[in-house]
Design a protein around this ligand. Sequence first.
Ligand code: MG
Length: 379
Amino acid sequence: MTPFSACIVAAGSGTRAGSAIPKQFTIVAGKPLLRWSAEAFARHPMCAEILIAIPAGERERAEAALAGIEATLVEGGATRTLSVRRCVEAATQARVMVHDAARPALSATLIDQLLAALESAAGAAPALPVPDALARKTSNGVEAVDREGLYRVQTPQAFHRDELLYAFEAGADTPYPDEVSLARAAGLAVTLVDGDEAAFKVTYPDDFARAEAALGGISAGLPVMGTGYDVHRLSAGTGLHLCGVFIPCDLALVGHSDADVGLHALTDAVLGAAGAGDIGLHFPPSDERWRGADSAQFLIHALHLAREAGIRPVHADITLICERPKIGPVRDAMRARVSELTGLPLARVNIKATTTEKLGFTGRGEGIAAQAAFTGVLA
Ligand code: MG
């Protein structure tokens, strides 16, 4: 097979999708919509380069959405046809594939089929039959339309670059809904290959939920995990909070909140699994609201973010590193409290303790350290 240039059209404002930002930058199943198809092309062995038409003034947002993917950004034109033309003109390969950024579920099989079809045609596009009955509204009612021989045409639409450039020239920048229409208007032979229902176009607000389910489904059942680590200083006092349990003793933990180093480590582990940063990002120590706060609320918020990210908790494991207080007598109470906060059964909450053989700050009793691992599964 011959290498090709991928041209992705992401230059629209996406007003029909009803989102506040252009729809190609909306996060769907953890990634900007545009990134899904850019990654699909980047993974394909025959894809030599990726060109993307973006709206004027959106370069920064596009670069962030595409971080780590090699792509040439091209400023889009006033119409789809102009945007595609600019990409195709900048392309370096003899074959080009024009794709809508709003079709995130692009399969390698579909790309292969199109490349194969280009061996014997100027252009090729995926198409699906029309399952519903069709009708046309007229001034005096409705008139039935025969759906026989009608197809829904998708993208990518593949072309020999020279032929497509000829079609642009012939079309004199007349706007066309897609490149198959443009090519046919210029008299080029376009062949159809089997389309893919999964490669639907995100157009209306409800389509985002459908895309989220379809793309998120790719990773359903996969385990995710995060780790956390925290330290708080010890001072003389009347007791301290560890893993959600108050332990009366002659020590205290120093911190802005209740300084529960165990729950802080677990909160960071949950945020890690959720890809949601760290505890300081959500609960800055500079914020007066968190002075003396019960750290349980930090953990509850992190678990809420994890659930929003589609993660179901599976297991929590906390290690407390200190000489004092003795953890053994309160271990069961800690497990029960963490089980209650996380909704995990007791059997899947573990609390461990270790000393550091009198070495280092924990060994000298200057502070307590904690580390935690949190495991979940993508729902
Ligand atoms: Mg802390």
